[in-house]
Ligand binder design. Structure first.
Ligand SMILES: [Cu+2]
Length: 168
């Protein structure tokens, strides 16, 4: 009979699924009492700068599914927004950042977020001029994989203003 061994395989598979959530239990010393356990997951902040060199200082971000992330983008450049604006746009998994950037060229009125492709955006900051900062808090998608991000100001993607957020 093959049934017993199949049953054992199933039990083993279920047990494996069940133990994926270890690192949530950080046993911090109970300085602030029992209330600590009731707190929702903290928001993790990621600071990103962008300057006249048309590069993000952060090009790879790793995140956990469903994590709360706060991205703070600061434009540390000096050139006017009209010629050197920057934003941070996170696209959905599988979206084409080159195509998004190409469509953005004609979307000046909406700060280079093309209205027709808004459904590809997970989160984005405002378009920033020099010495400006903006932040966006969002929930990381639950699906594992690579999510492209870019600055959608014309031509900035082509010179390398891009990166990847990996959900794992
Ligand atoms: Cu830019």
């Amino acid at each position: 009979m093959k049934i017993p061994s199949l049953f054992i395989t199933l039990v083993a598979a279920l047990a494996a699924v069940g133990c994926g959530k270890k690192d949530a239990e950080t046993s911090a010393p109970a300085a602030s009492g029992a209330a600590a356990k009731e707190q929702p997951a903290a928001v993790r902040t990621i600071e990103i700068t962008a300057g006249d060199n048309m590069k993000f200082n952060v090009q790879t971000i790793e995140a956990k599914p469903g994590e709360q992330l706060k991205v703070v983008l600061t434009n540390i450049g000096t050139q006017p927004k009209e010629v050197m604006g920057h934003n941070w746009v996170l696209l959905k998994k599988g979206a084409d950042p080159a195509a998004f950037n190409a469509a953005a060229v004609t979307a000046k009125a909406t700060d280079y977020i093309p209205p027709g492709l808004k459904d590809q955006v997970v989160a984005h900051t405002a378009l920033l001029g020099p010495r400006k900062s903006d932040e966006i808090t969002f929930t990381v998608p639950s699906e594992m994989g690579d999510y492209p991000f870019l600055c959608s100001f014309p031509a900035h993607y082509q010179v390398g203003m891009k990166g990847t957020l990996t959900v794992k």
